[in-house]
Design a protein around this ligand. Structure first.
Ligand SMILES: *Cc1c(COP(=O)(O)O)cnc(C)c1O
Length: 395
């Protein structure tokens, strides 16, 4: 049995195993797709953007899709349009900072709520307790697994407030067979390189409301209705360029295979993890399909024998790149210092234990097997690994 690299053995991945690799559609196809717009001189917000919006609306079964320059700008506008001046927004702290930034940029107050310990999703019970006097509810579909969308719909309906989902990770996810994108008043996807559907940069806002869609379209163009320079509200430039739409359209053409591949690799990780006590993958409701934007595990040090941070160091020694999504949770980040007084023990517990492992379409089965073998080998060497990491951080 070979020794872990952190104890002097040969690394499992001498050339390194990257954490993420964007799924890029073939360049020639992107160029062909872009050519008509480019030659005509339509570089932004043109026919390719319209086509992307139509294809995605069709795929999701949602009335409107409005493409934006990013998920961040889509979230900004969704809150601006749906919740102007409506005070506190209840959202998870266990999410990416951009969810909260969209709240803060609108001059609204982020009110952080707990996630649950197994799914890592906004906890509906805890969110409900914090809804008193709040103006908006903003859950995230964490790591591409759907959150309890119908429960949040019920909460928002009872409170009479808008419901916006940060669906940055979740393009292609299904909640009990229904595509994510059709829940709440709006759902916002991201098309950055680490997200399932890639444009380079970009966002997609899905909504069933005609008026919301119209105002989102004005909002992404400074607040101007078409052909009018009399802005109706303070918008911004959040248009998507034709180049980004061309990349996204080609990525969409190959998307089913991409998603299937992620799910295959996740299933393989799951099978291996059954043999490794103390390392458990994010729980996904059995009737749901995750995109596996991330394959995230929680490490229980008492059972696995090694803590999360030591595991990350040991994996780095093997050449395996990982990310501790989401540490620190947003309420503990410096930008949200005034919120640090909120007590979110489950969130902090989860955020201390999670680590995301490499997953992307061109990751090989052999690489997944080798990562799992490393996890098992590190467990067998447990106390020695902890000691080596402690010595390393002292030295
Ligand atoms: C990536 C991400 C965003 C921001 O998306 P951009 O397209 O980069 O603006 C928002 N929320 C979550 C949860 C994300 O992971």
């Amino acid at each position: 049995m070979s020794r872990p690299a952190i104890l002097g053995g040969a690394p499992a991945f001498p050339d390194g195993l990257p954490f993420a690799r964007p799924a890029r559609p073939p360049l020639e196809r992107v160029v062909e797709r872009l050519r008509p717009s480019y030659e005509r001189g339509t570089l932004t917000d043109g026919p390719l953007v319209r086509e992307l919006e139509a294809q995605v609306a069709d795929r999701l079964g949602v009335r409107h899709v409005v493409a934006t320059s990013s998920c961040s700008s889509g979230l900004l506008l969704a809150l601006r349009v749906l919740a102007p001046g409506r005070g506190a927004v209840v959202l998870p702290s266990f999410t990416f900072s951009a969810s909260a930034h969209a709240v803060a940029w609108n001059g609204l107050e982020p009110r952080f709520a707990e996630c649950d310990a197994d799914r890592f999703q906004l906890d509906p019970g805890d969110a409900e307790r914090r809804l008193e006097g709040a103006g908006t509810l903003l859950p995230t579909h964490v790591f591409g697994a759907p959150c309890a969308a119908e429960r949040f719909e019920e909460l928002a309906r009872r409170a009479g407030i808008p419901l916006v989902f940060d669906a940055a990770h979740a393009f292609g996810a299904l909640r009990r067979g229904r595509p994510v994108g059709g829940f709440g008043d709006a759902e916002v996807f991201s098309l950055t390189p680490t997200k399932p559907l890639v444009a380079g940069e970009g966002g997609l806002v899905a909504t069933r409301h005609d008026e919301v869609a119209e105002r989102l379209r004005w909002g992404r163009n400074y607040g101007n209705p078409p052909g009018d320079y009399d802005t109706r509200f303070v918008g911004l430039n959040a248009r998507m360029s034709e180049l980004h739409a061309a990349v996204a359209l080609e990525a969409l053409a190959g998307f089913e295979a991409h998603l299937a591949r992620r799910r295959e690799l996740a299933a393989r990780y799951h099978t291996h993890l059954e043999q490794i006590p103390g390392v458990s993958a994010q729980a996904v409701d059995p009737d749901d399909s995750s995109t596996y934007k991330d394959f995230t595990v929680a490490v229980e040090p008492e059972v696995y024998g090694i803590g999360r941070d030591a595991l990350v160091s040991a994996l780095r020694a093997e050449g395996v790149d990982t990310r501790c999504y989401f540490w620190p949770p947003v309420h503990l980040q410096q930008a949200y210092a005034p919120a640090a007084t909120v007590d979110l023990p489950v969130t902090v517990h989860v955020a201390h234990r999670v680590v995301s492992l490499p997953i992307y379409p061109d990751l090989s089965e052999a690489a997944v097997d080798a990562v799992a073998e490393v996890l098992a080998r590190l467990q067998r060497a447990g106390p020695d690994v902890d000691a080596a990491v402690a010595a390393g951080s002292r030295g």
